[in-house]
Each structure stands twice: as C-alpha cells, then as structure tokens.
Design a protein around this ligand. Structure first.
Ligand SMILES: [Zn+2]
Length: 62
C-alpha cells in the first residue's frame, strides 16, 4: 500500500504531516507527542481528523 491517505496531509499547507498514525505506526512515535502544537494552528486547521505538519503546528519561535 503506497497510496497516500488524505489524513497524512496537513490541512493547512497540504504537505505530508509526518503523522505516525497515518503512516501506520504507533501514535507514541508521532512527532506531535513530543511537541506542543500551537493552539492557533489547531484552530486554523479546524479538522479533528487530520494532523497538521510540524512546520505549521510548531509554536512560533519567540
Ligand atoms: Zn502544514
């Protein structure tokens, strides 16, 4: 199965979100488990079924 699932793409920039779950791996392996996702980005994404990508989800660097 090399088909790209829709939930593997970032709803904000449509780039691969590198989600472990979408890649068929354990959720504990996902980058989002070790990073604080920006609340603003989550609001903008407005999609509970799709993860956002590290670039969009990262808290803006102060
Ligand atoms: Zn993104």
């Amino acid at each position: 199965m090399t088909e790209q699932k829709p939930n593997s793409l970032c709803p904000l920039c449509a780039q691969p979100n590198q989600c472990a779950i979408a890649a068929g791996q354990a959720a504990a392996n996902c980058w989002c488990m070790t990073t604080t996702i920006s609340e603003e980005a989550k609001e903008k994404a407005n999609d509970a079924n799709r993860c956002i990508c590290p670039a969009c989800g990262r808290e803006p660097a102060a």
